[in-house]
Each structure stands twice: as C-alpha cells, then as structure tokens.
Design a binder for this molecule. Structure first.
Ligand SMILES: *Cc1c(COP(=O)(O)O)cnc(C)c1O
Length: 357
C-alpha cells in the first residue's frame, strides 16, 4: 500500500521540540504528523496517507460516538545509540489489533499496513523521539467507525489512524513502587465479554474505579474476577505478576477476560530464559495476602507498554493493606533487561526489535 504524503506546512522548530522533550509527561504533546487509512465495506482499505496532525471532522451521528465501535494499540519507539529508531514486537500488536477488530465487528487491518503505518509516521517525526532514560515515542494506532447511522449494527465505514506522543514515566516523575486499590465494587470484564479486546469501552468502564483508587490515595486499580472467588485479573491497563521466593513468577492465566499483553508475554519469556518457573494460573487475593505476610511472595509488579515494569509496593483492600516486603531486585532486573533490549543495550536474542527509521 502506497501512502500519499502531505507534509506539515510549518513543522515544529527544533528548539520547540527540544523544549517539549525537556518537560516530558505522558500523552500531552503530539508530533507533527498522523497516518490515516480509510475503510469502506465493498471498497476495502483505501486512501492511505500521512498528513499534518490536526482535528478530525466527524458526523455527530458517527457510530463511534454512540456505540463505541473503536479499538486501539500502544507501542513505543526507542532511539538507539546509532541514531536509528526501533520498536518492539509490532507484529504482536498488529495481530492483537486484528483480534480486537474481530471481536468488535471492525475490519481487520493487514499486518503489513499496520507496520508500514508506524514506519511512515516515525520516519517523518523522528526528531520527536526522546533519548532520555526510560523515555520513548509512544505510538497510538486506533480504528473507529465513522459511518453516520444511528441504527445498531456493525458500521460500514471506518478510519484507521496513528498518532505519536513523546512519553516519560506514566506514573509521573521517578520510578517508585505504586500503591494499588482493590476494586470490590466494579468488575472490568466477564466471560464472553470484551475483556481481551483493546477497546475504549473497557477503559470507560474502569474509570469510576480508577477515580475511587485516586480518592483512596492509590495509583491504580486491581480488578478481580468475582465468578472465581475473587481471582486476580489485572489493572485497568496493565497485567500483574507476583514473584515467589523460589525463583517463580506467577501471573493470571489468559481466560478471555484479561488483555493479552505483549509485555506480559515478553516477561514470561525473559523469566524462563533465566531459569525461572512461570505459573500462569488463577491467583486468589487470599494467596497474595498470605504470601506477602509469610514472606514467600516477595515482590509484585505491573507491566504494560506504557508502564514497562513497575513495582507494586502495596495493595489496599478496603481496610486491609498488603505490603510487599521484597527489595524488588527481580522486578527491577526484568525491567532493566526489557528496557535494555528495547533501547539496544542488551542483545535482542528473540529478534523482537523492528527498525522503523
Ligand atoms: C494494553 C493493555 C495491557 C498491556 O498490554 P501491552 O501489550 O503489554 O502493552 C494490559 N491490560 C490492558 C487492559 C491493556 O489495555
């Protein structure tokens, strides 16, 4: 697929980019360009283009605004010492994007178009890729129904887009162990639902729980599976791991209600490479609490593209607090190894890197 290019008429000057990158947050500034590919039933994917970043014109009756027909992805691009920009396992994101699309009755974007769209954007906006420790250019591909129609059925017109945003630590400031609120009032997903699709509605439904977490002085929410005796599921946008003192990682198994994280999968591989045992199974909150109390479960961490690997220091469950007593050495060394591969400082044994520009 060929991309038409409409360059930005007045791209951000280098000094302004430097200023934006000096005070890097998460998801607040956007690069100069965006990639767009349209889809119409009968025509297929068409009108692939790179154009200046700008507002979208949409009918007020567009299906996405009413029925949330939308999916997204998240990847990061890192600059290596030789100045090249790489991303991590984009084929896995392309694959998940197609699975999310199938679940939400959206069209499936071919992997080569997904990957090419990232290359198109990053090659034009390469100056926006930050090079500070833990910093990256966050890439956000998304697809939504643009068809103006208020009836309820799968739409027939869609737009795929990619935007990019320089990113630092998603939790703000320096890396520190986060505090997690256990949601007993809200559930993220149920069997047969949309839990394993990366779709906006899952996030919309999680926000009231997230607000509760903030009110309780926490950073994030842990969702449980009430159908299985409050088994641990995941955070609103991150998967969860526990570290047991016998070189074992434990993480909830993929049952269809959990988002299949690329980071989760990569951590499992890196841990196995080290000779760790990885148990993918149901984890009851009671097991976590008991393990933390008797010192057998020493560390816990959240992982995802945005959070990379972030230690979980405490879990607040109503009036109860579960405190992790370990030194987070396993968590931090897995984080270092993953970031090392992503930034080109550690050998890419599994051929996970893909050069974008
Ligand atoms: C995106 C996401 C994750 C993490 O997936 P990665 O591929 O590792 O970025 C975990 N949980 C939810 C709900 C997500 O949306």
């Amino acid at each position: 697929m060929e991309f038409d290019v409409v360059p930005h008429p007045n791209p951000t000057p280098e000094s302004a980019i430097a200023e934006a990158l000096a005070d890097i947050g998460f998801g607040t500034t956007y690069t100069d360009h965006t990639v767009v590919v349209d889809y119409r039933v009968g025509t297929g994917w068409h009108s692939a283009r790179v154009e200046p970043f700008g507002d979208i014109t949409l009918s007020p009756a567009a299906a996405v605004l009413h029925y949330a027909e939308t999916i997204f992805e998240g990847l990061k691009a890192y600059v290596h010492d030789d100045g090249s920009v790489y991303t991590f396992r984009p084929e896995a994101n392309a694959d998940r994007f197609r699975r999310s699309a199938r679940r939400m009755a959206l069209p499936e974007l071919p992997e080569e178009v997904f990957v090419a769209s990232l290359e198109e954007l990053v090659s034009r906006d390469k100056a926006w890729v930050p090079n500070g420790e833990g910093e990256s250019l966050y890439l956000r591909p998304f697809l939504f129904a643009t068809e103006a129609f208020l009836g309820v059925r799968p739409a027939t017109e869609f737009t795929y887009r990619v935007i990019a945003s320089p990113a630092g630590n998603i939790f703000g400031g320096e890396l520190r162990p986060v505090k997690i609120w256990v949601s007993r009032d809200y559930v993220r997903a149920a069997p047969g639902g949309t839990g394993s699709a990366k779709t906006g509605g899952n996030y919309a439904g999680s926000l009231v729980a997230q607000r509760q977490a903030i009110e309780k002085g926490c950073d994030q929410v842990l969702f449980l599976d009430p159908l299985h005796e409050n088994a641990v599921e995941e955070l609103g946008g991150m998967n969860v791991f526990l570290v047991r003192d016998d070189n074992t990682l434990i993480t909830p198994e993929l049952t269809g209600t959990i988002l299949e994280g690329v980071t989760r999968d990569s951590i499992i591989q890196l841990a196995k490479d080290r000779g760790f045992t990885v148990e993918e199974r149901r984890i009851r909150l009671e097991e976590w609490a008991a393990g933390a109390a008797d010192g057998s479960i020493t560390e816990a961490f959240a992982c995802g593209t945005a959070a990379v690997v972030t230690p979980i220091g405490q879990l607040l469950d109503g009036e109860e607090t579960i405190t992790m007593t370990g030194d987070f050495s396993t968590t931090m060394s897995l984080r270092e190894e993953l970031l090392g591969i992503q930034t080109g400082r550690v050998e890419d044994r599994h051929h996970w890197l893909h050069k974008l520009a």
